[in-house]
Design a protein around this ligand. Structure first.
Ligand SMILES: Nc1ncnc2c1ncn2[C@@H]1O[C@H](COP(=O)(O)OP(=O)(O)OP(=O)(O)O)[C@@H](O)[C@H]1O
Length: 234
């Protein structure tokens, strides 16, 4: 799904602000769906190891921006630089994509890949560490179809982290969580950001929630990027 192309549909400028530190770079990107505009002339970049929150009201263009980053949508105009294929991107979608007939633990086990772990024991240790931090060690044997929305979201995020990505891209993954549970999710993302240089790109309509965490806020309004900076200024 993620490719390594430098997609060019139109060149609005001769000069580019792309630097080698940028994992993603969008230059003057516009996306339309028929007569509806998803993104308008968006200039945006993400560096390795950054935590970026994409905020905005419903319809502001958050999902469209994530789809452009993931290569699911190519822009009508502008340029997109994505990481090369050696960079592993894990995505958590609004619909979570968990397996209902399997238990929470079985869903997590899908992330085990011997390429990324020295042993199965090491993987199981990570399962327990992450489960402990978000407070679900006693719920790992619940069938996914019987889990509440909050538990499903926690499993989806832990499963994504267990696959040891370089980048995690999340679309509103904490909508069913109370503030305390959301904080625990950010704790594990921060842990992986510090320990493994994980780059985090997180879309949320809840600006007030994400303002509590350290990271850059990129705010969209009507498809336009209207703010990029630290929480204290927005
Ligand atoms: N496939 C599509 N076809 C037509 N219009 C679309 C499509 N996808 C998005 N849009 C429109 O593009 C605009 C941006 O939508 P987008 O889903 O990116 O917003 P969002 O900020 O993620 O909203 P939400 O928080 O509700 O998910 C909206 O006006 C939406 O209706």
């Amino acid at each position: 799904m993620i490719n390594n192309s430098f997609h060019r549909t139109q060149s609005p400028q001769n000069r580019s602000n792309f630097t080698s530190k940028n994992l993603f770079y969008l230059e003057d990107v516009t996306v339309t769906f028929g007569t509806t505009v998803g993104l308008r002339h968006v200039q945006f970049s993400v560096e390795k190891g950054e935590v970026v929150f994409i905020t905005g009201a419903s319809g502001a263009g958050k999902t469209t921006l994530l789809k452009v980053l993931a290569g699911d949508i190519e822009p009508d105009s502008g340029r997109v630089k994505r990481p090369d294929s050696s960079v592993f991107i894990s995505q958590v979608f609004q619909d979570l994509r968990v397996f209902g007939n399997l238990s929470c633990r079985e869903n997590l086990n899908f992330s085990y890949d011997p390429k990324f772990y020295n042993s199965r024991k090491e993987f199981d240790k990570d399962v327990m560490e992450l489960s402990r931090i978000v407070g679900i060690t006693d719920r790992l044997d619940i069938k996914m179809k019987n889990a509440n929305g909050g538990l499903k979201q926690k499993i989806a995020i832990i499963r994504a982290l267990l696959s040891r990505p370089d980048i995690i891209v999340c679309d509103e993954p904490t909508s069913s969580l109370d503030a305390e549970s959301a904080r625990k999710i950010f704790d594990i993302l921060n842990l992986y950001n510090v320990k493994r240089k994980l780059t985090v790109i997180w879309a949320s309509h809840n600006k007030e929630l994400v303002k509590q965490f350290s990271g850059r806020i990129v705010h969209l309004d009507g498809g336009r990027l209207v703010y990029s900076g630290h929480a204290c200024f927005i």
